[in-house]
Design a protein around this ligand. Sequence first.
Ligand SMILES: [Fe+2]
Length: 327
Amino acid sequence: MVVGATLFAVSIAAGTGAPGTTLGLKAVGGSFRSLFVMVGGGMVLLALAVAALASHSITRPFRRLVYALNESEKTGRLKPEFPVDSSVHDLNRLAEALNGAARSAHMSRTELDRTCLQFIETMSQALDARDPYTAGHSIRVSAYASAVATEMRLPARDVEIIRIAAQLHDVGKIGVPDAVLLKPGGLTLEEYNLVKLHTKTGRRILERVGKFEEFIPVVELHHENYDGSGYPYGLAGDLIPLSARIVHVADSFDAMTTSRSYRMALPLQAAIEELENNAGGQFDPEITEVFLRLIAEGKQEEILMAADRGVVDAMPASSNRFPVLQA
Ligand SMILES: [Fe+2]
């Protein structure tokens, strides 16, 4: 308004034709042009800046969303961590929908893992029950092994892995024919080699279920001996995972203290001496010491009661506390 009025006044003055006035008006006109250029340029820059800010406030959350999706694709896990703090409402709704999908996928995966684990545990117990002499064996080995792991003050997560892995340790015996597994007498070399394959078969079973790789060392290596004389690889000492060394002692003790189709159970004292004599040879000496301490402290009854609570149905009806167990 002021600028318009000034221009009007200037145009009237220009009409007078006075030379001094003409020069002055030219100078004023030049100043106004400069002013227009500056103001116009400033407005354009301001508009660009506002547009850039507005654009950034939209594209930044969008880029974060795309980044989160890319990360999910890389890891194969959809996490409910999509940002919902955008100024664009629809973008937040999209992020919330993705978070909901991620939560559902997580719940489904957890449920699937639990179902797979229950299935394999049940299969393992059913395999024990193929032979009435070994029914309940895996659950007792699990109770012994987790008691030793707890006594060794291993982290709770490791104890839990050992507890579950011990239940599954002989799952590979599904590949051993009944004629061999239930044979009352001694095995031929060929038959024994067939039985030995159960460690690798067990590994292959668990490998198919990606979540269970943490149980594989026990399943595959629970027949490795501390002195390197075991199978399937002849590993020795610390090259054998601690979990597998623990289960090896628990497995052997349970086998010795229970009757089999081909022999009677050893008396408890004989089994203790067997462990003592083979500490440092077949068995890890430190683990053997811990195990024997538990037995000496009278914890065996308590451990077996825990096993009973876990697998009452798998125990032979006629079995007593120290009945019919074997590896
Ligand atoms: Fe085994």
